[in-house]
Design a protein around this ligand. Structure first.
Ligand code: GDP
Ligand code: CA
Length: 322
């Protein structure tokens, strides 16, 4: 079975671990979000690709959900001693090596997809990890600019909004800079059109899955696919399980409920949707929107619970396949 998963960082990576455990024989292609990518200290950092790679490759800091296990911060401290920031982005020494290798290869002319493949040769994530695009796409967030006078707004990089500001100020718009002219990375459209099942893990619907779908051609390919498309809600009981997805949903005018996120994707894109057992009330609303829906436990507390979620998603996919 060929499964394609559109993944962000933590939610996507943890789900993938469960999916691999549920169907070890499946051929899994992951289309990773690169809208979170940022250049820091002259290095190209791809947080979501690395979260997937480290999580599936056994190098992730488990409790934190991102970054390397057993990390130290000597480089960051030395940079700070020079007064060189930003200090709000936590890059550890081990993680730095990944970004150095990536930046070096990009500088030598390799596209990001080839670089990602080379990094994965070490981590052996057990999936084919493709960036959504080899072209630079960077999500920016429009926020109020208190220094700019009455009604002034400014765009900040997504990481500044998310990590430095903790999404504590209103997001007026989410702007994927570069998306209009970006092309899907080699293999992306082929994977989508050749898939037996397409899954949206419980990743952020706006700045993870939404950004991937925003690369011209990807949304169209998913919508046109004859394979069932099934998503799992990252919103449980009216709030994100972790993180601040409600803030970016608000920016695109979508309520932070499991049903509203399903309607946001829409029946033209997804065929099936899983909500958590606490959101059983949402099932009728989602089905009324033309999307087959089931309520099942959706908390990725451990590998078994996550594998059970993956099995439910695949079962729903078979059901909608008819
Ligand atoms: P990020 O790039 O690291 O923010 O990660 P993703 O975009 O892949 O996923 C973030 C989303 O995962 C958040 O909106 C969370 O609500 C969701 N999430 C995290 N853990 C769980 C879980 O155990 N169950 C469900 N249903 N969603 C989760
Ligand atoms: Ca992310």
């Amino acid at each position: 079975m060929r499964i394609v998963v559109l993944a962000g960082g933590i939610g996507g990576a943890r789900f993938l671990r469960g999916l691999k455990s549920a169907v070890p024989e499946a051929e899994i292609t992951v289309i990773g979000n690169t809208g979170d990518d940022i250049h820091l200290f002259g290095l190209k950092v791809c947080p979501d690709l690395d979260t997937v790679m480290y999580t599936l490759g056994g190098g992730i800091h488990e409790e934190q959900g991102w970054g390397r296990a057993g990390e130290t911060f000597a480089v960051k401290e030395e940079l700070a001693a020079y007064g060189v920031g930003p200090e709000w982005f936590g890059l550890g020494d081990r993680d730095f090596a990944t970004h150095i290798v990536r930046t070096q290869m990009l500088g030598a002319g390799y596209p990001l997809s080839a670089v990602t493949e080379a990094l994965c040769a070490r981590w052996r994530p057990g999936v084919r990890l493709l960036p959504m695009s080899d072209d630079r796409v960077e999500t920016h967030v429009m926020i109020d600019d208190p220094e700019g006078g009455e009604g002034a707004r400014k765009a900040v990089h997504f990481q500044e909004y998310w990590v430095r500001l903790h999404a504590s100020v209103a997001a007026h718009a989410i702007v994927p800079v570069g998306a209009e002219t970006a092309k899907p990375a080699p293999g992306v459209l082929e994977a989508v059109s050749g898939a037996d099942v397409i899954l949206f893990p419980p990743s952020n619907p706006v700045v993870s899955v939404g950004t991937i779908l925003g690369v011209p051609g990807i949304r169209e390919a998913v919508a046109a696919s004859s394979a069932p498309v099934v998503g799992l809600s990252p919103i449980v009981g009216g709030a994100p399980v972790r993180g601040m997805a409600d803030k970016v949903l608000e920016a695109v005018g979508v309520e932070a409920t499991a049903a509203a996120v399903a309607r946001h994707y829409g029946s033209g894109l997804i065929d099936g949707w899983l909500v958590d057992s606490v959101d059983t009330d949402a099932v009728a609303e989602v089905e009324a929107a033309g999307i087959r829906c089931r309520a099942v436990p959706l908390m990725m507390t451990d590998l078994d619970a996550t594998a059970a979620m993956a099995r439910e998603a695949l079962a729903l996919a078979e059901e909608v396949r008819g």
